[in-house]
Write a protein that binds this ligand. Structure first.
Ligand SMILES: NC(=O)c1ccc[n+]([C@@H]2O[C@H](COP(=O)([O-])OP(=O)(O)OC[C@H]3O[C@@H](n4cnc5c(N)ncnc54)[C@H](OP(=O)(O)O)[C@@H]3O)[C@@H](O)[C@H]2O)c1
Length: 298
């Protein structure tokens, strides 16, 4: 455990010294499990899969609607909480709604929330949801789901690249958001606000990411995401849509872990909401900072 803490400190210092305003979350150390040789392994029944929770007919006709991916924890969950406070209709997606206890708790008390099961790499399910919500204007399509860097692999050099994770990161962080945008473009264009918001990262910026070999898969997937969206931004104005990428800042989203200088999800999300609220067509295709919407370099 001491070795893990020390490594974490070194890693944190390394990042800070390389890029003063740039850091990324790291994963929690693995819990220490003390095996009990005498105890028989307990059979834990997996909860039944849940496809949908809530009913979109509860949506208010005069309230704006947001569609959020990766809504069961971290930044996505905080977005759901804050959008509910603002009275929005919310379509929140999660890979396993049955395990998303905090999201379910919001659905218990907030009628205008529908939870849909979605792994963003399941393109057939994205199409199914697009069909289900074909007549539902979506004011803000918010692509938030992402594979974030893991503690164990984040600081490895090229010999340590996990190729499965490399492919998966591209699929989840870059390709899936483009598929999502493609499938829901019509619903966004039919809305009043017409915004596509993509959560990216400074890790994907050539200028802002640290000048060192680290997080090969994550930073590359976010750079690919940026280019996909930059390219798409040449199509969105024709539909009246404003597309922007957002950096959420460095945010504590790993339970039980506080990263030096990181902010909490409520601060990141409340500031991003202001940026989203104030988005103008001139910001189409730009990469913006959570703090004040300042344009960030690619
Ligand atoms: N936290 C930061 O400091 C920071 C900094 C820069 C950018 N970001 C970006 O902000 C976004 C949210 O980050 P976070 O810190 O809140 O991350 P997080 O706590 O690790 O949560 C990631 C979310 O994405 C979901 N997800 C992962 N793979 C998915 C898949 N295949 N299909 C559907 N959902 C999937 C997770 O669902 P499961 O629970 O099912 O795994 C979870 O809901 C990410 O795009 C991340 O890259 C975060």
């Amino acid at each position: 455990m001491r070795r893990v803490t020390l490594t974490l400190l070194i890693a944190s210092c390394l990042i800070s010294s390389c890029a003063s305003q740039w850091q990324e979350p790291v994963d929690v150390p693995e819990p220490v499990v003390t095996p009990d040789a005498t105890a028989a392994p307990e059979a834990v029944a997996a909860p039944d899969p849940i496809i949908t929770v809530g009913d979109p007919t509860n949506f208010l006709a005069d309230a704006p609607t947001v569609f959020i991916t990766g809504a069961n924890r971290g930044i996505g969950l905080e977005f759901v909480g804050q959008f509910s406070t603002l009275g929005w209709n919310i379509i929140a997606t999660a890979r396993k709604p049955e395990s998303a206890t905090e999201l379910m708790a919001i659905a218990d008390r907030y009628n205008q929330l529908v939870i849909e099961r979605l792994d963003v790499t399941d393109f057939a399910r994205i199409d199914e949801l697009s069909t289900k919500y074909a007549e539902q204007p979506i004011d803000v399509l918010l692509s938030n789901a992402g594979i974030t860097p893991k503690y164990k692999s984040a600081f490895k050099n090229v010999s340590g690249v996990d190729w499965d994770m490399a492919m998966k990161s591209l699929e989840v962080n870059a390709v899936a958001p483009l598929k999502l945008a493609q499938s829901f473009m019509t619903q966004v264009a039919a809305s009043e606000q017409k915004k596509i918001v993509i959560i990216s990262s400074k890790a994907g910026s050539f200028e802002l990411s640290p000048k060192m070999a680290m997080m090969y898969s994550y930073r590359t997937s976010k750079a690919a995401l940026n280019m996909y969206m930059y390219t798409l931004s040449f199509e969105t104005p024709k539909k009246g849509i404003t597309l922007a990428l957002l950096s959420p800042g460095q945010v504590n989203t790993v339970p039980g872990m506080k990263i030096p200088n990181a902010i909490e999800t409520d601060e990141s999300v409340s500031k991003m909401l202001k940026v989203i609220d104030g988005l103008t067509p001139e910001q189409n295709g730009k990469f913006l900072d959570f703090e004040d919407g300042a344009e960030l370099p690619w």
